[in-house]
Design a protein around this ligand. Sequence first.
Ligand code: AMP
Length: 459
Amino acid sequence: MCAIVGVYGNENAAKIAYYALFAMQHRGQESSGISAANGKTIRLIKERGLVTEIFDEEKLKVLEGSCAIGHNRYSTAGKDSVLDAQPVFARYKLGEIAIAHNGNLTNKYKVRNELIANGAIFQTFMDTENIVHLIAKSQKDALIDRIKDAISQIEGAYCLVIQSRSKMFAIRDRFGIRPLSLGKLKDGGYIVASETCAFDLVGATFIRDVKPGEMIIFEKGKEPQSQMLFSEDEIDFRPCAFEYIYFARPDSIVNGKNVYQTRVECGKRLAKEAPADVDVVLPVPDSGVAAAMGFANELNIPFSMGIVRNHYVGRTFIEPTQEIRDLKVKLKLSPIKPLIEGKRVAIIDDSLVRGTTSKQIVKMLKSVGAKEVHMRIASPEIKYPCRYGIDTPTKEELISNHLDVNELAKHIGADSLGFLSIEGLKDALGRDMNYSLVSFDGNYFAGGCADSLDCSEVL
Ligand code: AMP
């Protein structure tokens, strides 16, 4: 998951990066960092915690310069430690460099082991450190050529912002798996960010998405320059479907499509494929809201926010003891009894992974007197782990690998259960693009595979 941002050509670069990261906090809550370059040096501040917990006016003042890059971390590769926070900073032959990365490399260990065998020492568990080493080790003279050299040796999902003391580079892998957009700042300069919701907050105008396989180079006194890093044959645009289903913010435009509207569409398709004869449609807040609206509208059934979400259950919440673990969902979600009691209820969520959430929600709805509970999921059954940066567990932990829909309905205690089909999802997303549907169809590409986090080990 993770969010990245790069700001170039604006004296308030660090502050703009800070607000952009704040807008993209949903993409990662583990750690955040911003590095800023003023032409002479790069300064970096990164810590564990939320953006607003880490930065204040004083810290942002330290981060002076007209170029800043930033990162919110959700660990999918590496460990949960401050060492694994980004941007990753290094000093090397050409000076100083900082990198922020979103996505997972599928040949992480192969590259890492080769580097280690040749004497490299690693400080972190992150695949991003491979890129730093590859740039530092390259025999090319110019940084841009060293970056190209590094890119030619990595595989998988990556959106990158790379900063030297005077330049910035934005790069998207040849499959365009994770999103990256380019915008223009009102009072001068440019911004690249994982999601367009960051542009809305800082008042930037969306220009376009960074293309799959493209590098955009930002240099003082010049307009941004675009270079394609791969030939046309090598480019195979497969944006991640999960960005629309769960991950991106509803107000973002991802690859030209609004996330909220896509979710509503998923709900409508779901209603056609798996309707429910019920009195009321409820969403699982917040993840199921848009799909539930689509579902209810399509079937002409009243929609109600029958479950309240406590937004203050955060990262710092004390883990419940084993005895009350069952009630964990109650910390986060609470039913409004008069809206549910005596009613036949359809409850809509965006996805079902291990089945834990669904089971607890069905139990909760029944405990306040729901007459029937029909669970509907606005995406297909998840059977394969994502290798490109969405945090899905192993194949064994994915419950849809063990139970069919009827068995699973029984398991979660629902009167019925329905999923959106893969074809229905394709319709909802639009047939104009080939999406990465790997979690649902196991159709791996870019060096990914189901069996190991590090697919290069298996090959
Ligand atoms: P589970 O309880 O394991 O079945 O997970 C399903 C719930 O987790 C749904 O409410 C989803 O909105 C949410 N979810 C789906 N994917 C993810 C993810 N990668 N990280 C965190 N939550 C997720």
